[in-house]
Design a protein around this ligand. Sequence first.
Ligand SMILES: *[C@@H]1O[C@H](CO)[C@@H](O)[C@H](O)[C@H]1NC(C)=O
Ligand SMILES: *[C@@H]1O[C@H](CO)[C@@H](O)[C@H](O)[C@H]1NC(C)=O
Ligand SMILES: *[C@@H]1O[C@H](CO)[C@@H](O)[C@H](O)[C@H]1NC(C)=O
Length: 359
Amino acid sequence: MQGQQNKAIPSSFLCMNFLCILLPLIVIGTSAAKVPAVIVFGDSSVDAGNNNYIPTVARSNFEPYGRDFQGGKPTGRFSNGRIPTDFISDALRVKPYIPAYLDPKYNISDFATGVTFASAATGYDNATSDVLSVIPLWRQLEYYKDYQNKLRAHVGEIKANETISEALYVMSLGTNDFLENYYTMPGRSSQYTPGQYENFLAGVAENFIKKLYGLGARKISLGGLPPMGCLPLERTTNFVGGNDCIPSYNNVALEFNSKLKILTVKLNKELPGIKLVFSNPYFILLSIIKKPSRYGFQSASVACCATGMFEMGYACRRGAMFTCSDASKYVFWDSFHPTEKTNSLVANYVVKNVLAEFL
Ligand SMILES: *[C@@H]1O[C@H](CO)[C@@H](O)[C@H](O)[C@H]1NC(C)=O
Ligand SMILES: *[C@@H]1O[C@H](CO)[C@@H](O)[C@H](O)[C@H]1NC(C)=O
Ligand SMILES: *[C@@H]1O[C@H](CO)[C@@H](O)[C@H](O)[C@H]1NC(C)=O
């Protein structure tokens, strides 16, 4: 209940300092983009609507989702507006947003410069994508092979090969393996300790990157986990901890991230010509969550949509009458996903600190 009261505190000031400092730093020269396309694999953090075209409840193609997106339209992005890969693509001067591969409004002409195969509620583990019948990571790779064929037919083999090797590949997933699967469903938690499960997932990530490399990818960003114990949904369930972040979940995220970081070092040595980087959203997000007012936010503990405590997806629609009027005052849009403003801060941070070498 405390959370709901937080939502009513009026704005005293809106500090945008961080944005103002950061934006000029990512402005780049007018030379042609070095990255001809942004190609995305992952979960709801980077799904632009693929789940609209498969039978699953893990959807967000209805109001109030997307109300701050171009045209105020819900697209299937789990936010009020753009998601991190849209901002990354924009910062790399590729295109303002990345379309979903299964969306029939787009075709290979659009996908030639960027596409997402991501599916909300998926993970590295096949058992995670099974929970809500979404697109497993291995199938995202099958779609990518299909995309390569279409690209070769569309722009010719030479140009397609160039796009394939020069494109930036973004991988963003893993949170669901822990929160939707390991800590929620029976199965994995009786087979593996958290540390063993981290190793299992890192092994899947390694295999995936090797396959992607085998298909011609060279510039790859492997995304780390956010401080997932601080998602409003997890805080809501932390009764004994006074609705604070759940430390054990944050520790798992830190531990898994360090394993992914080690993996990137290893694969950069093993695979000639690969430029694999580790994009870590953990500390920038934690900083925003711990000091929201420094970034112009009023609340980090509850989300904008509905009561802000547990709703996402269809529950967000049902509770829409409680939804906040200005999402830019909230770190989180629904109980599991950041607002567009947070996405922009995190994406720009990653562009400046990690992806800058691809500019
Ligand atoms: C893609 O769609 C656009 C407009 O919807 C159309 O003009 C274009 O010819 C299509 N391209 C292909 C390769 O089908
Ligand atoms: C996931 O499922 C695919 C397709 O059945 C299979 O090829 C792959 O080995 C599975 N991955 C793991 C880690 O079990
Ligand atoms: C394009 O890439 C494929 C796969 O690596 C390769 O077999 C083919 O020879 C390349 N074609 C050209 C024209 O470079």
